[in-house]
Design a protein around this ligand. Structure first.
Ligand code: CA
Length: 418
């Protein structure tokens, strides 16, 4: 696949995040306008509500775009997703006769405020990064051995949809319980071990009803698109609370996602196989689908007032050991219904050496090994005022499928009422 050229010329450079090949879906507003659906192209947003109002695009008898979410479009299903993408690529292609009619409905990206691109129905987070699981085992239990179930089950927990926020939303350091080493009693207060987790989020675009099951292939077809996802984590709270039932408050104070849904269709040229497994999955999970994507990822940290950000890590989504389709198949396998707008976190993405670790817990080895930023400051965990940014892109021949950024600044803890 090579660059598809658009009459929106800013979309045609090799470093453009949003070429015609991409066309990610978001929700935007300008000034005091109501948030509505838009599609990114080059340095512009195509105002889909205005396009629909002008009769230039038509999906259904219902208005699908004058809404602050893409869930209604998702619900129409894969045939409509495909039709919409082809329509947009036709209208925006270099030489298209539609230019004069469409051009007035472009809004400069720089003038827009971006909002949550979809309503999160429910949020489930997985633990599918092998290196991450091994690192956490070594840090927490003194052994990199994987738990017995890890090679067989896409391990996950049910998170909170209410905790998912769009990039740019500040995150308060959470208060919570922790138990310092050697202490007799737990304490309550601001987390002292505030961390991030570099993940991808898969968005479920079509539902499966409670009491039905799906194959991995069907699960793959249900996925609408992907976003970058930062699963903010409070390690001290998590460490005290997680046994025997798993993460709770240590993971419930914020999960940031990037504002553009990059469609699965745009990522198709970048599909990659899951790394070889030494143990075959059980039949219901066994498929021949190449369920991962070659997406280059990085994390940056910028202290308050610092003139520059430091790159903390660079890795790739193809490091994962389970695809989102396998995770979705497993999730539904007991009869759990899945909904339009369900969000599945991939699990922390860490590659085989330190330069590819996807959390500060791993980078500082639980605080034992502070690292130095480009500003000269050191870190073990996140300090108040630090801004953390995830970036990602699939790199093609002379073009890229950019995700944009997923950013958030850590603010001090909220004051607990006296
Ligand atoms: Ca996570």
């Amino acid at each position: 696949m090579t660059l598809m050229k658009s009459w929106v010329t800013s979309a045609n450079s090799a470093d453009a995040l949003f070429p015609l090949n991409n066309l990610p879906y978001g929700v935007f507003s300008v000034g005091n306008d109501e948030p509505r659906c838009g599609v990114a192209i080059g340095d512009q947003i195509l105002d889909m509500a205005a396009l629909e109002e002008a009769g230039l695009i038509y999906l259904d008898e219902h208005r699908a775009f004058d809404l602050p979410f893409w869930n209604d479009v998702m619900e129409l299903g894969p045939a409509v997703w495909s039709k919409l993408r082809i329509s947009l690529q036709t209208m925006l292609a270099e030489g298209a006769p539609h230019k004069a009619a469409i051009e007035p409905h472009l809004v400069p990206l720089a003038d827009a405020t971006l909002h949550m691109p979809f309503l999160v129905a429910e949020y489930t987070d997985f633990y599918a990064g092998r290196q991450h699981a091994q690192n956490m085992g070594e840090i927490l239990r003194g052994s990199p051995d994987l738990p017995d179930n890890w090679l067989h089950i896409p391990i996950g927990y049910n998170g909170r949809a209410s905790s998912v926020v769009v990039s740019g939303t500040d995150i308060h350091r959470p208060n919570g319980q922790s138990k310092p080493i050697g202490a007799d009693m737990p304490i309550f207060g601001p987390s002292k071990r505030l961390d991030i987790e570099l993940e991808m989020g898969a968005i479920v675009g079509t539902a499966c009803e409670h009491g039905t099951v799906i194959t991995v292939e069907q699960a793959d077809a249900m996925i609408f698109g992907y976003v970058l996802l930062n699963d903010w984590s409070a390690r001290d709270i998590q460490g005290w609370e997680y046994q025997p039932l798993g993460p709770f408050q240590g993971k419930a104070f914020g999960t940031s996602i990037s504002p553009w849904i990059v469609t699965k269709a745009a990522l198709e040229p970048f599909r990659t196989a899951i790394p070889p497994r030494e143990t075959q999955l059980l039949p219901y999970l066994n498929s021949t689908i190449d369920g991962l994507f070659d997406i280059e990822l990085e994390v940056l940290i910028q202290p308050a007032g610092a003139g520059r950000a430091t790159v903390l890590t660079k890795t790739n989504y193809h490091r994962m050991s389970y695809s989102s389709a396998e995770q979705l198949c497993h999730h539904a396998s007991g009869g759990c219904g899945m909904s339009v707008g369900d969000l599945l976190g991939s699990g922390t993405i860490s590659g085989p050496d330190r330069s590819e670790y996807g959390s500060l817990m791993e980078l500082s080895w639980a605080g034992r090994d502070p690292f130095t930023l480009d500003t000269g400051e050191t870190r073990t965990f996140i300090e108040d005022g630090d801004t953390l940014t995830l970036r990602g892109a699939a790199k093609g021949d002379g073009y890229q499928i950019g995700f944009g950024t997923c950013t958030g600044t850590l603010l001090p803890a909220l004051k607990f009422p006296d």
